[in-house]
Design a protein around this ligand. Structure first.
Ligand SMILES: Nc1ncnc2c1ncn2[C@@H]1O[C@H](COP(=O)(O)OP(=O)(O)OP(=O)(O)O)[C@@H](O)[C@H]1O
Ligand SMILES: [K+]
Ligand SMILES: [Mg+2]
Length: 679
């Protein structure tokens, strides 16, 4: 669904049609007021319209000139509105497509007295539902039991099914997607009207868009310029009267509109919206425009290891017993401690114990067992049963656990751990009471193409750091294989956040990519926090962007889009301010050459007469907005280069271009309107 909208071009006829009507609706002063520059143009248009009518009634003025000026002033406002409406167009079309995915379904609510069928719109956060193969998932939630393959194409446009499972970092499911196989039990996490799909619709539609601090600052600057020119034009009239060349309101408004920065004023909001839209086209949803801009200046990228750099489906592949411990004993303890462990790691241990040692699942209910669940802070899990305390977990965690029981890790176990870690695997040490029983080898695989992508990030000047809860040896092996610049191992959730704070303290902008609940604090702290769509609800809520494709190197595109947004805004601001210069040369001689013939020296364009000069300048001023809409929407081309080189290039292309283009444009328009007898 989303991908039909995705393939739609910016200038799709349907979007153009809709934007044309939207441009009219945006004439409402309440909407216009948000854009000070264009609001001044609108007031000017109203003023000339009123005066045109008065002049008509009293037989004054020069109708043919006055009406053309009035019309072109209105066109100027409309063109700016059209630019904004065009930028919103693709998002609106996409929102329409997403609304179709929001259809009502039946939810199978799991209650005390069995399963009850209710309409999905009555689900509340906290409800538990069962979803079976073929059914639509009735709301956003977290899988609390089971594994299933899910078709998320309604949201991501990707047709390949994805795995969603309880316990791990792939537990989040989205309402409106479909379960393809198996059965899952889902705890609903959002109330009607506040779902991911609702938020996504509001986002792509731009309903929640707020101006970024940068945009607000630029708007203030543009408003300031507008006031200065307004004062200049107003004080011009007494001077004109004094010199015996009084000017009509039509000419004065024309002069004002030509002098104020209408080009950037008309395109500014379109540039911002188009940037957000480009992200959506890359399947990234940003909840804050500020994050998109920050992405353009990111210095450091932090990624977690498991599930981000690696596939993340860590599977137990081998039991390595300690000396004097039988493999069966290790397998038995490993299995027992994993029976209630709903993480993918825990489940894979039960599977391995069954496949290799024929150990069958046991009914824990009758055993008076107490489960110690895994947490990212303790980095271990286990069970208390029949006087046995079994723990499994990260090496450092279990070492500490053994020390607390007056014992320590045998050298043989330590070397088994190191061997597994050096191969990039995750060693889980198993201990019972005060004795280390051996090691479980969890295998994980680095995702394809990582090295090339990290090289690209390096070329963009971004340092990549992998942060993981895993041990330093495993971290080093994976870091080397994936090609990240640096890594931090044995990191607890708080360590991840502290590392970000430290980098920010050095004045750096930090991006973080992650999927787990243990990443949530860091995702919230980062300037750009990109959560994987496959990740946990906590991660998705903490970040300010969600990547629907769950691709950790998506940051390359995000950074490019952020840079492009900043560059486009800068380029068009430069162009706008410099292209106003030429209009002096058209209008000032036209106004005063009659009384001050020396001013004719300014008339280097040799425009036909005073009226054609003013009219040409106003027409050029309006048309340049339309001409630049494609650039504003597509963005200027981004190539990795230094900030200084970029500034130089922009000044040359858009500054110099901004000065030269209007001279040619105004002269051409002057020739055309003379040829067709409009002036
Ligand atoms: N179910 C589990 N039971 C016991 N220990 C576990 C379990 N799952 C993981 N561990 C251990 O805890 C460590 C930390 O896990 P955590 O999920 O915090 O980080 P990670 O997934 O290894 O790294 P990353 O932060 O890159 O995703 C793991 O490296 C592993 O040694
Ligand atoms: K202007
Ligand atoms: Mg993780």
């Amino acid at each position: 669904m989303a991908h039909t909208a995705k393939r739609r071009s910016i200038f799709d006829p349907q979007i153009v049609r809709r934007a044309s009507t939207d441009a009219l609706a945006k004439l409402s002063p309440k909407v216009m007021m948000r854009n000070p520059v264009m609001f001044v143009v609108e007031i000017g248009s109203v003023l000339t319209t009123v005066l045109l009518i008065v002049n008509l009634a009293t037989h004054r003025g020069h109708f043919r000139f006055d009406i053309q000026i009035t019309l072109w002033l209105w066109f100027t406002v409309l063109f700016a509105n059209f630019a904004e409406a065009m930028a919103e167009g693709r998002g609106k079309a996409q929102a329409d497509a997403l609304r179709l995915a929001k259809s009502e379904t039946t939810a199978y609510l799991v209650g005390k007295n069995g399963v009850e069928e209710i309409p999905s719109s009555q689900l509340r956060a906290g409800d538990v539902v069962r979803v079976t193969a073929g059914q639509m998932i009735p709301g956003d939630g977290e899988v609390i039991e089971g594994v299933a393959s899910v078709d998320e194409s309604a949201i991501t446009g990707e047709s390949a099914p994805v795995i969603r499972e309880a316990g791990g970092d792939r537990s989040a499911v989205t309402g409106g997607t479909r379960v393809l196989s198996d059965v899952i039990t889902v705890r609903i996490t959002s109330n009607p009207g506040e779902t991911f799909l609702d938020r996504m619709i509001a986002l792509v539609e731009g309903a929640e868009r707020q101006k970024t601090p940068n945009e607000i600052a630029l708007n203030i600057l543009l408003a300031g310029l507008t006031i200065i020119f307004l004062l200049a034009v107003v004080t011009l009239q007494p001077f004109a009267l004094y010199s015996g060349a009084p000017q009509t309101v039509f000419v004065l408004v024309s002069l004002l509109v030509c002098l104020i920065p209408t080009t950037i004023g008309g395109l500014l909001s379109a540039i911002g919206i188009a940037g957000m839209d480009r992200l959506v086209q890359h399947n990234v949803l940003a909840t804050s425009g500020r994050a998109v801009e920050a992405a353009g200046d990111v210095n450091t990228l932090l990624l977690d290891k498991t599930g981000t750099i690696t596939i993340g489906n860590r599977q137990a592949s081998e039991f390595v017993p300690a000396p004097n411990v039988s493999p069966e004993k290790l397998a038995d303890a490993a299995q027992l401690s994993s029976l209630p462990d709903e993480t993918p790691e825990g489940r894979s241990i039960v599977v391995l114990a069954k496949e290799k040692y024929g150990l069958r699942g046991r009914e824990l209910g009758q055993m008076n067992a107490e489960f110690v669940p895994f947490s990212a802070t303790t980095r271990m899990s286990g069970i208390e049963v029949d006087g046995r305390s079994i723990r499994k977990g990260a090496v450092d965690a279990i070492s500490r656990y053994l020390q607390e029981h007056g014992s320590q890790l045998p050298a043989a176990v330590r070397s088994a751990v190191e061997e597994i870690a050096r191969s990039g695997g995750t060693p889980l040490v198993v201990a019972e009471n005060d004795q280390a029983l051996g090691v479980i080898h969890l295998k994980d695989v680095v995702k394809g193409g990582m090295r090339e992508r990290f090289e690209q990030l390096r070329a963009m000047g971004i340092r990549t750091i992998m942060i993981t809860g895993d041990n330093p040896l495993t971290a080093a092996a994976i870091a080397r294989e994936a090609g990240v610049d640096d890594f931090l191992a044995e990191a607890k959730p708080k360590d991840k956040m502290d590392l970000i704070k430290r980098e920010q303290g050095e004045g750096k902008l930090v991006a973080m990519t992650g999927d787990g609940t243990n990443d949530a604090p860091a995702l919230a702290q980062a300037d750009v926090g990109v959560a994987m769509n496959s990740g946990t609800q906590a991660a998705k809520e903490a970040g300010n962007m969600v990547d629907l494709d769950s691709n950790p190197t998506k940051l390359i595109e995000i950074v490019a889009i952020g840079k492009q947004l900043l560059m486009t805004r800068g380029a068009l601001t430069t162009f706008s301010i410099s292209n106003d210069v030429a209009k002096y040369f058209a209008i000032i001689p036209a106004m005063f050459a009659g009384v001050f013939p020396v001013l004719n020296a300014l008339n280097i364009m040799h425009l036909h007469n005073a009226e054609s000069a003013v009219l040409s300048a106003v027409i050029f001023n309006a048309l340049i907005i339309v001409a630049l809409i494609p650039l504003a929407l597509r963005g200027v081309k981004y190539r990795p280069m230094s900030a200084a080189a970029l500034l130089q290039r922009n000044l040359l292309v858009y500054g110099l271009g901004g000065i030269i283009v209007p001279f040619i444009g105004i002269k051409l328009i002057d020739m055309i309107i003379v040829a067709i007898h409009l002036a």
